[in-house]
Design a protein around this ligand. Sequence first.
Ligand code: NAP
Ligand code: HSE
Length: 427
Amino acid sequence: MSKTVGLALLGAGTVGGGVLTLLQENADLLYAQTGKRFVVRHVVVRDLSKPRTIPIPPRVLTTDAQRAFADPKVSVVLELMGGLEPARSYIREALQRGKHVITANKLVMAVAGEELIRLAQQQRVRLLYEASVAGSLPILTALQGALAGNRITRVVGIVNSTTNFILREMERAVEANEPAETAYANALRKAQELGYAEADPTSDVEGYDAQYKTAILARLAFLQYVPVESVYREGITHLSGRDLLWAARLQMGLKLLSITERLPDGRLCARVHPTLIPREHPLYAVRGAFSGVWLQGNGFQEMFFHGFGAGARATASAVIGDLIEIARHPRPLKLEDPSLRAGETAPIDVLTMRYYLRFRAPDEASAQPLRNTLTSLGAKLYPPEVLPDGIEQVALTPPLLESDLQRQLAEWRRHTALTVQCIRLLE
Ligand code: NAP
Ligand code: HSE
């Protein structure tokens, strides 16, 4: 690699804008770190007339990605567009043309990561994607480097900042006795304005973004290919202010968690769902637009990463870290080898967990059969509360098999008079 590194950015939105800003602000630092100057030769966007957060010289701004790929002076392509297509094809094309690629795209790396990593290996170029999981946290680098000598047993993370931000705002509203539903809508809008949310925020609030990140994390932590569809997914849209109120009463936090663990039978179980966690857990303190990843390994025992999980500068920090890595080590290293163990994955049904159940019934008579079943299961029932539209009661169950609990829930929910909310507890 010469003293000058030519770059092509695909995308100049939140992340692309952050990368351009840090490249400019930290140019001397990057030179000191690598002995190289980084020159932005192309910035590919959709709409040339759109106002930009950072001035981009018209000669580099283009809608023509092919121009960037064909430029022999471009050695690194940074894919910061998002979405599956054309991002995946662009990454493929850049690799085929012998360019190194950096991407922040969790969807592409979760769905097509195996194929693209293999292609990068064949082409003897680097494909790095630290920014795709948990923004600024160097978790993927750590898993492939300093922690690689450990057998990882469990990874638990808050990997979507938008939902963590929304849940915190709902919590604040509940504390102030204000409507949590309004707080949800306002927080989502603010997360979009601040650039935390995905282009389609359904991906955040329905847990897809966390599902993609979980598949990537699981692959690197457990050296096993994990298909996205094998990661159980639930979002936060069914949570209400009452759940946050109860979480506080129970001295717990309510978070959208990504959990991957190796089961005693050797299978890997990966899941994303709202979870109640005790106040003593390090992830309890992860609030607002922060992400956190807590993991266990047979050498280091346990470790916790915490930092901004989204936003222009935080994400750019991870992208620039990848750029420095490529400038220092342009040849692919063995650690990117995707020859992963084709191990089995297990569905969430086989897990045994404790559950929070919050049910509402119009009157005592309709609540009683459910109470009886819960008592026979050994659940702890909290005193019922009379609300304007009926009775509400909360129970914490002892450990139950997920498939049994789901069968039971389906039966309860067949009684139209009842509504039952179910949230898993972190064990
Ligand atoms: P964004 O603000 O919507 O920016 C997307 C950029 O890509 C825009 O500049 C857009 O052009 C350009 N673009 C989109 N489709 C294109 C196409 N078909 N051809 C050419 N240009 C195209 O998105 P972002 O928030 O920066 O996210 C980018 C990627 O980073 C996504 O994969 C996201 O998941 C990931 N990521 C985001 C964050 C975050 O905090 N935002 C954090 C980590 C990872 P125009 O400007 O002309 O519309
Ligand atoms: N929408 C994502 C989040 C961006 O909120 O975590 C960071 O990947």
